[in-house]
Ligand binder design. Sequence first.
Ligand code: ADP
Length: 624
Amino acid sequence: MPETTVFRKLLFPFSLAFKDTQVERDFLTDYYRNSLAHVRRVMFISLLIYGAFGVLDYIIYPEIANLFLKIRFLLVAPLVLLTILYSHHKSAHRKLQFAASLNIIVAGLGIMYMLFAGGRELALVYYVGLMLVFIFNYDFLKLRFVWASLTGAILLLFYYLTAVLVGFDSKMLIASLFFLVSANIMGMVSAYFYEFINRKYYYSNRLLKIEEEKTHEINLNLENQVKERTATLEYANKLLFEAKEVAVESERLKSVFLATMSHELRTPLNAIIGFSDLISAGEIEEEKEYREYASVIHKSGTHLLSLVENLFDITLIDSGQIKLVTGEFNLSDLMQEVHTIMNVEKFKIEKESIDIQMEKGNIELDFKIVTDGHKIRQVLLNLLKNAIKFTESGVVKFWCDEVTENNKTALKFYVQDTGIGIPLEKTDLIFDVFRQVDDSHSRKFGGVGIGLTVVKKLVTMLGGEVGVESTVDHGSTFFFTVRNYVKDEFLPKIKNVSEQELTVSANTKALIVEDDEASYFLLKLLLEKYKIESDWASDGETALEIIRKNPKYKLVFMDINMPVLNGYDTTKAIRKSSPDQIIIAQTAYAIEGDREKVLEAGCNAYMSKPISPKKLHSILAEVL
Ligand code: ADP
């Protein structure tokens, strides 16, 4: 179907109004807006022309020109001016067409009156003026078809009434009918098509606009989608980049860790193996040299042990195998003991120039406290060892304050040094496992970066937090709080292990149940210092055999992990036959719960390997 036919169906055929009332309303508003300037202009021009015709009145019919001028300038002209003014009013958009029609009708009626007043003679001349009115109505003013047709019809009607009244003869009537009706028909057709095209143009534009809006909306949606996708992609990229950074960093950390571990294990092992080779080769002449070599081996061994202990601690804390073991202790004693240990420690690592000072905090420390003193001691020692390790010379201080946080008291321990300090951006990272400020190959200080991890985990168990404040090249202050504690009345000082009295009666004999010959040999030598003779059983069954044959042993040192019959079962078997036998467990398993297990099996005491003279002394003092 042709486009115009389709369009025609949207309109009422006579009025040309859109069937869709909303479209019609929009069209009228649009038409008003577009035609307003034109209407004003045209009315103004017509006013001028209409006024100029006043001259014609004088020339053609001066006798009644005055009356004509009154019609022109007292009726029609003011009405036109008023209409122009009215076009500025807000209601004009609905009524301007009507007002314009009224103007034309009044102007037309004015002419009719002139015809009437002027009689037949004048009518012949002035009725031509009616043509101008029709042109003005249908074409010049561009009234809508409906209004123009209505106006035209009304004027025609009045014209014929006037013509009859004036007494036009029939020829004149027919001629004027012929011309004026034709002029009206032509005007109507012209107005009809003008409006039809106008409406069609408006409608296409409207469709175009709707399409445009749709396209715009689609574009907006597309833009938004593109924006969203771009943001998602950017975010994914960022995550990828971060993941890559993490992967690269963890790869680097893995290599650093392996290199550090290898270095930290091989260095002491190198000394241990090298110096023990020298000793066993038997080429050393001076006893002093022996001692020096033995001391190096001891130092390296101790270093290795602390590394292993720290590694174990991390794993055991994480797996929940290290628990808080609360007990009573005197805080002052604990601090004093730590001070003593550190004063020995500094010599071991050749930092004797460092002055380690135990400062007085804001409380008297000489009070009884119930918490896990062993863990506090371990944390303090770790921090102090780091303090002297990372300080060339100067002072290392430590003290304890009592602080109040959220209405609760807590113990706050401080360890302050005048060492190399820590850059601000690394103060959090150093508490992570295997992380160090300097992890390069050229680093100056040894260590594998686990000490502070152990510290953090232990402090967390104690219900507190650890932190550090530091300035590079000026020193650091580490601090930690302990919240899970109970403060009680003053407690008598606990004796130092080395001060504990020990009397070993003559002919005391010991049986060392131990599958590792070196361990047996070491214990035998240590016992000889107390004049205790010892025999060796390399497994549980041999031990039972020896004891059955010869029950003369006052002490039995029992290893736990052994072939044939393990330490637990051997102990239980001995207990059955000799309930009074003193059995001391000695084991390389040094984890939480081991002590309880061996005591449950029937041992009297427990000693973890490696066995030091000090440890042995305190155990012997306990059992003998
Ligand atoms: P390690 O000392 O074996 O490297 P730690 O976990 O005890 O491991 O310490 C981690 C890192 O923290 C150290 O390598 C060091 O860079 C930094 N650090 C710890 N204590 C101090 C301190 N007192 N002064 C300066 N740096 C320190």
